[in-house]
Design a protein around this ligand. Structure first.
Ligand SMILES: [Zn+2]
Length: 125
């Protein structure tokens, strides 16, 4: 009799563990895509001003106040990029794909390469 009681107790515990596991998996499935899985440790440790790190954190989550996000919040605005007037204003478009953004990134690259060359020239002389 004790053997059967122990058997049923173990079965009951196993069923409970499976039920908890199912609920945990269902909960995690609901959250897929709803939060950023990017490891932001490097971003928060970057040698930059706090406001720049915060903007980067918002950018990675596509939460900056672009037209698409404002429209999702019910705020009426022009959905087209006001810089190029060619495409929808989204985070990726405004910061990476827009012609004006690409021009800025070219200038930033030239500036950082020039700064790097100056630093290496000073250290070698
Ligand atoms: Zn644009």
């Amino acid at each position: 009799m004790i053997y059967y009681a122990q058997y049923f107790f173990e079965r009951l515990m196993l069923m409970h563990a499976c039920d908890v596991l199912k609920r945990q998996v269902a909960y995690e499935i609901q959250l897929v895509g709803s939060y950023c899985t990017f490891n932001s440790f490097a971003l928060w440790k970057a040698k930059a001003e706090g406001k720049h790190r915060f903007f980067g954190w918002l950018f990675l989550q596509e939460k900056i106040q672009t037209a698409d996000n404002l429209l999702l919040k019910g705020i009426e605005c022009d959905p087209v990029c006001c810089l190029c007037d060619q495409d929808f204003e989204t985070t990726v478009h405004l910061c990476l794909q827009c012609y004006f953004a690409q021009e800025i990134w070219v200038l930033v690259r030239a500036w950082t390469e020039m700064a790097h060359q100056c630093a290496t020239t000073r250290s070698s002389s």
